[in-house]
Design a protein around this ligand. Structure first.
Ligand SMILES: Nc1ncnc2c1ncn2[C@@H]1O[C@H](COP(=O)(O)OP(=O)(O)OP(=O)(O)O)[C@@H](O)[C@H]1O
Ligand SMILES: [Mg+2]
Length: 462
């Protein structure tokens, strides 16, 4: 029984083929339904080339199956000018008799006659107002009159073909978008890769720079030590040779029996003074060597221990209290009790002592002032501040304050190694960092931030 055309159209319209995004698949179904609905043996769907000078076969149906169109894969405008002109003008061709119709007569010999086509019904397929192709059904052998119903049915199929073309266009756009996205993803991962390797190169360069910097500062340190030690040693040599010359003189005088009491007393004075100079300067040289040794903090064999931070700091304050009293300075501790940290206690002691002693020696001209040691501990960090309300540090000195041999007390007992040692201890021993801030005339604040729980031995070289 011949199915109702409306049923055929309805089923096709809601099938997945039309909106599949693949026009060829949809076209095969459309022409199959067309031939079934019109009850004809042949039908096909064609699309124009971009320049509209050729038509290419998208689907070909014959005797119940879709197959490759055998006669030709495409037909040219040059061979079928009437067909191209009519379809491109968006007009239907209802050729009841191929030979009698002037448009179809032109392809009778080439196309219709060889397979015995008697009647052809052709409808244009368009998209967005432009004719894109055609759909045609062919009746073999006996001519057929294409009535209004036939034409409406084909028109409905042409509309479905339009829908299928739209779906394919959307699909292509989506594919292009997907491809673009994939390309972007690929580009992003390529960029990420090159950024990573650039970062690795930078880190390597940074390491190299740090190493070079370390070597340079070590070189400067050695040169500085040599220079610093030169002065006391030079003075000692002068004092010793002066003593030697005087001793020789006194010896000669004694041997010749001409030694006068006044000469001897003068010599005693020189000997005492020389011994004094020698002692002071050799002590100074020895101290410098000591400080120099302390700069290389990593050579210390101290190990990590757990200790109560408040108790450690309170002990320190107690130990510097005679000095504080001597300078007339009040030293206060502000730290929560009962917090245990795990770190290098010896290193921490030295850091705090150096900072307090600096405050006492450099901050106060008058015997009045205060030093505050404030420590707070979070789960991970110790935040330790040594704050004084003294003279402060000159702005131009601040950027160099942790460099070795930077001192404003040269010749008055300052070597300028104290803060350099503090810097090394905080950075390399306590694995933290140190900051300084100061406004001249308003005091100075040294802030050390370091881990509350150190796990392994510090390995890096200062
Ligand atoms: N709390 C402070 N207030 C004012 N100036 C300070 C303070 N702490 C340090 N300074 C300045 O920083 C300089 C460098 O300090 P550093 O401890 O390195 O050397 P120093 O104390 O002069 O000598 P050393 O500690 O080697 O005996 C000091 O000479 C001083 O000018
Ligand atoms: Mg100092």
């Amino acid at each position: 029984m011949q199915p109702f055309r409306s049923d055929l159209l309805f089923d096709l319209s809601k099938s997945a083929y039309i909106d599949s995004g693949y026009f060829t698949i949809a076209a095969e179904k459309i022409i199959e339904v067309g031939c079934t609905g019109l009850n004809v043996g042949r039908g096909s769907v064609w699309l124009f080339s971009e320049d509209q000078r050729n038509l290419y076969c998208s689907a070909f149906y014959e005797n119940g199956v879709c197959k490759q169109f055998e006669e030709a894969r495409h037909i040219a405008a040059a061979d079928f000018p009437g067909l191209f002109e009519t379809v491109l003008a968006n007009r239907m061709i209802a050729a009841h008799d191929v030979l009698a119709n002037p448009i179809t007569a032109e392809f009778h010999a080439l196309y219709a006659a060889p397979v015995g086509i008697a009647s052809i019904l052709i409808l244009p397929v368009h998209l967005d107002g432009k004719v894109m192709g055609l759909i045609g059904c062919e009746q073999k052998n006996t001519p057929r009159y294409w009535d209004e119903e036939d034409q409406d049915f084909m028109n409905a199929l042409a509309e479905l073909a339009t829908r299928a073309l739209g779906a394919e266009r959307r699909q292509r756009a989506e594919d292009a978008l997907k491809l673009a996205r994939t390309n972007i993803d690929a580009q992003v991962s390529e960029r990420t890769h090159s950024l990573r390797s650039a970062l690795a190169q930078l880190q390597a360069a940074q390491k190299q720079l740090i190493q070079t910097e370390k070597m340079a500062s070590l070189g400067a340190l050695v040169a500085g030590v040599a220079h610093e030690i030169n002065t006391p040693i030079g003075i000692s040599v002068t004092a010793a040779s002066h003593l030697k010359v005087s001793t020789k003189k006194i010896k000669n005088a004694m041997e010749s029996g001409a030694l006068k009491r006044v000469e001897f007393e003068e010599y005693i004075g020189i000997a005492m003074e020389s011994a004094d100079i020698l002692l002071r300067n050799l002590e100074r040289a020895a101290n410098l060597v000591q400080s120099f040794k302390r700069v290389a903090v990593n050579h210390s064999d101290e190990s990590i221990s757990s200790f109560d931070l408040y108790e450690a700091l309170a002990d320190l304050v107690l130990s510097v209290s005679p000095e504080c009293r001597r300078y007339g300075i009040v030293c206060t501790l502000d730290c929560e009790r009962g917090i245990t940290i795990k770190s290098y206690q010896g290193a921490l002691d030295q850091v705090v002592t150096n900072l307090i002693m600096n405050a006492l020696r450099h901050a106060f001209d008058v015997s009045r002032g205060s030093v505050l040691i404030r420590a707070t501990v979070t789960a991970e960090q110790v935040d330790l501040k040594i704050i004084d309300d003294g003279a402060g540090i000159k702005a131009e000195l601040l950027p160099r304050i942790f460099d070795p041999f930077v001192t404003t007390k040269r010749g008055e007992g300052g070597s300028g190694l104290g803060l350099h040692i503090v810097f090394n201890l905080v950075n390399y021993r306590l694995k933290g960092r140190i900051e300084v801030s100061s406004i001249e005339g308003k005091g100075a604040e040294f802030r050390c931030l370091f881990p509350a729980r150190l796990e392994q031995e510090a390995q890096s070289q200062p």
